[in-house]
Design a protein around this ligand. Structure first.
Ligand SMILES: [Zn+2]
Length: 135
């Protein structure tokens, strides 16, 4: 199966392909795998270290933020990421950032509602408050 066909196949098809590829791996092929999906390098592959695109996209920072995976220059695992996984990381990071911002907005809103509610309740206890109420 060519690399192009591999990229177009379904997930289960890809996993089967990875499994059969694994048996034939030598170290050179191993380090050319995507660190995240174990698919062999296609035309759009990016090194995670010493790479301008990876630095500009802050890929390592985003990966550290969204995944429980520790990647170091010194580990003995692949240091490349495929285009598909870059897209996944970017989308997941954007979604995570959005969720965190939403949480802040909701907490601020809830806090201001609590303050308004406390103020109204406090005013209701003040002498003369009743006189402002319509009959
Ligand atoms: Zn990948």
């Amino acid at each position: 199966m060519s690399e192009r066909m591999l990229m177009l196949s379904s997930d289960s098809e890809q996993q089967r392909q990875v499994a059969s590829s694994t048996e034939e791996l030598n170290f050179t092929a191993f380090i050319d795998l995507c660190r995240f999906c174990a698919i062999k390098s296609g035309s759009r592959f990016c090194s995670l270290f010493d790479n301008r695109e990876a630095e500009q996209r802050q890929l390592l920072f985003k990966i550290r933020t969204v995944l429980p995976i520790v990647i170091t220059k010194e580990d003995f695992l692949p240091k490349k990421i495929c285009e598909r996984c870059i897209h996944q990381v970017e989308q997941f990071f954007a979604w995570r950032t959005n969720c965190v911002q939403t949480e802040i907005i909701l907490r601020n809103y809830a806090e201001s509602m609590r303050v308004v509610s406390a103020t109204i309740n406090f005013q209701a206890l003040l002498p003369g408050y009743i006189s402002f109420q319509p009959l």
